[in-house]
Design a protein around this ligand. Structure first.
Ligand code: ZN
Length: 351
């Protein structure tokens, strides 16, 4: 059978027995190249890779019954793997809809899945022995911490900043950002750090950045240089008590700063290039205010003290994700753009 010798065999098992025939299964899975299918059996199909190549490497196939039996566990492993790359809502879509197919060999499982954009990707879970999936520790190649985001310097990026907290909505803001694998900088008031020290800690423990927004939102230009120095240092003392660290970034309340304040205090001042006006419109319009102008290198101003900001934050994050923005902290954005953050300077964006 010379024809068969140029064919590689791929055994693809349907994930559950409710799929009546493999034809239906293949039909259902858009990532299978139907034209390449030359033979279908009860449990597998033969696919021609490239009939000009005679020496096709043969994979050793094992009936993946153990994988099927451990499907919940398997999904959990896949969830962890995908979670490093995608926001929660995308991971859920993949696992619930597009993950129907896997190839099992003696030491690994290859999964093909489709993203919401219809792109096909593969992920490989390497197992010493897939039969021991149940022991959980068998998967070797889930890399990285799902809470840490691999930053890609080539991707367009924006920094999200939340001012005037911490407050009762901050925890939910954190939850949403974590769901989206996104980061942000929180410019917090010293007086509220005193009130909500646990939230300050959670912001940091979640991998986000904290900056100073002064003690109680007094304009630096009214406090003058001396008053501003005291205000910033009082806020820093409170933060150091909570976190053991110092505040390097300062956002002046109302964005109000002048040259003599800037030149007299050893901190990095951060303003913004996109004002969402969430503090003013107090409804979903702030999302459009951001999306209509946001571009690579922007610093976006939001406030975690408004319920309406929280209520529409999922929409904002989804739209940023769908427009391929990488959402990071102020310091990360500066680093992506290769711009060192210096003291006695005011930054509006990083381009
Ligand atoms: Zn403010």
């Amino acid at each position: 059978m010379p024809f068969i010798s140029s064919i590689s065999t791929l055994k693809i098992s349907a994930k559950n027995s409710s799929i009546k025939s493999l034809e239906a299964f293949i039909e259902k899975n858009s990532f299978i190249d139907k034209d390449s299918v030359v033979k279908i059996d009860d449990n597998y199909y033969y696919s021609r890779n490239d009939d000009s190549i005679i020496d096709v490497s043969k994979m050793s196939f094992v009936k993946p019954v153990d994988v099927i039996e451990n499907m919940d566990l398997f999904k959990e492993l896949l969830f962890k793997e995908l979670r490093i790359k995608y926001p929660l809502f995308v991971v859920e879509q993949i696992i619930n809809n597009d993950f129907d197919s896997f190839i099992v060999s003696s030491d690994k499982i290859d999964i093909s899945y489709l993203t919401t954009e219809g792109n096909k990707y593969d992920v490989t879970l390497v197992c010493r022995d897939y039969k021991n999936l149940v022991s959980f520790g068998c998967v070797d190649d889930i890399q990285g911490d799902p809470n840490s985001i691999g930053i890609d310097p080539s991707k367009k990026s924006v920094a999200l900043t939340f001012d005037d907290g911490p407050c009762v909505y901050t925890n939910e803001v954190i939850d949403l950002l974590l769901d989206f694998n996104m980061k942000a900088t929180f410019f917090e008031l010293g007086s509220l750090m005193e009130r909500y020290p646990a939230i300050v800690k959670r912001v940091l423990d979640s991998g986000f950045e904290v900056g100073s927004h002064g003690y109680n939102h007094k304009a630096f230009t009214k406090l003058k240089v001396g008053g501003t120095l005291k205000d910033i240092s009082r806020t820093n003392d409170i933060y150091r008590e909570i976190s053991g660290r110092d505040l390097k970034l300062v956002r002046p309340p109302y964005g109000s700063i002048n040259a003599s304040i800037r030149d007299s205090i050893d901190v990095t001042f951060v303003k913004w290039s996109v004002d969402s006006l969430d503090w003013k419109v107090r409804d979903e319009r702030y999302v459009e205010n951001v999306m209509s102008v946001a571009k690579d290198g922007d610093i976006i101003l939001l406030h975690d003290i408004h319920k309406t900001t929280l209520e529409h934050l999922r929409d904002l994050l989804t739209r940023l994700y769908n427009e391929n923005f990488q959402v990071v902290t102020v310091s990360e954005l500066a680093s992506i753009k290769g711009i060192p953050l210096e003291s006695r300077k005011v930054y509006f964006k990083f381009v």
